[in-house]
Ligand binder design. Structure first.
Ligand code: CP
Ligand code: NVA
Length: 299
């Protein structure tokens, strides 16, 4: 059966930890200037129907560094964007490349693509989840603080795609996840039901941050929700991660954010640019985590 990387809960703790460990080794190797040709002659197709900086650059640079090649396929340019069925696109594209990375609006399209693809599929952000980001976040925490097992993570803000992968990670890696979202912006009901045992829900973000080892947030207006921006700015009042919120967490707590960030909305400049911010380290780790994932899938 073809291996894919669509959601954290398709993987065991051991398998995910092996990818993170391999990412740390690849990072050290890259910093030492050593060459690694593990993916020589391999091609990664990257399908995007949404914008990206970190995901695109890390997959593209990662393939180059491993001796392979990547194809940037914007939905504006390929026939998928003009209505060619997902199934037909999956059969054809996967017959020519070694793996396919998709950043598309519909999670169902990723599942559909994977069913008809002869090569591994990577979910590079859907409306439901963002597993590539959480791999890098976990790697960053482990590098800076050690094991995340038993730690307390406070998620503040929108209970969307990134939050939902944190819910899966909490169960798999054995950490406590405190989620504080405004009313109407909770994670979807199946996620609330499936991850009850490792996740607690709060309405007051200060309570969620109490004693936390990491405080994490995401944009208030995700891609595709731009028409709701004005309403969201209003609804998320009181949910900005600021110094006061960070003071409710442990004194050595890290602040994380998948980026892009909006200073003055979901996070204050003081927090993201302050000494507790681990965002640049996590963004760089996207590169190393992606390389480890690619080697795991097609190396
Ligand atoms: N965090 C993240 O996925 O960033 P991009 O949207 O820039 O890829
Ligand atoms: N929740 C954000 C994450 C961006 C990386 C979005 O979907 O736009």
């Amino acid at each position: 059966m073809t291996k894919h990387f669509i959601d954290f809960d398709d993987y065991s703790h051991e398998a995910l930890q092996r990818i993170i460990d391999s990412a740390m080794t690849l990072k050290a190797e890259h910093k030492s200037g050593a060459f690694n040709n593990s993916l020589e002659n391999k091609t990664l197709a990257m399908i995007f129907d949404k914008s990206s900086t970190r995901t695109r650059v890390s997959f593209e640079a990662g393939m180059t560094q491993l001796g392979g090649h990547s194809l940037f396929l914007s939905e504006r340019d390929i026939q998928l964007g003009r209505g060619e069925p997902v199934i037909d696109s999956a059969i054809v594209i996967s017959s020519m490349v070694d793996a396919v990375m998709l950043r598309v609006s519909s999670h169902e399209d990723i599942i559909e693509f994977s069913k008809h693809s002869s090569k591994p599929i990577i979910n590079a952000l859907s409306n439901q989840s963002h597993p590539c980001q959480i791999l890098a976040d976990l790697m960053t925490y482990q590098e800076q603080r050690g094991s995340i097992k038993g730690k307390r993570i406070a998620w503040i803000g929108d209970g969307g795609n990134v939050c939902q992968t944190y819910m899966q990670a909490a169960k798999i890696f054995g950490f406590e996840l405190n989620i504080a979202t405004p009313k109407g912006y909770q994670p979807s009901q199946p996620f609330i039901d499936n991850y009850r045992t490792s996740v607690s829900h709060f309405s007051d973000p200060m309570d969620a941050c109490d004693g936390a080892d990491i405080v994490v947030t995401d944009v208030w207006t995700s891609m595709g929700k731009e028409s709701e921006k004005k309403q969201r700015l209003n609804d998320f009042k009181g949910y900005q991660v600021d110094q006061k919120m960070m003071s409710a967490a442990k004194s050595d707590a890290l602040f994380m954010h998948c980026l892009p960030a909006h200073r003055g909305e979901e996070v204050s400049a003081e927090v993201i640019d302050g000494k507790q911010g681990a965002v640049w380290a996590a963004a760089e780790n996207r590169l190393h985590a992606q390389k480890a994932l690619l080697i795991h899938l097609i190396g």
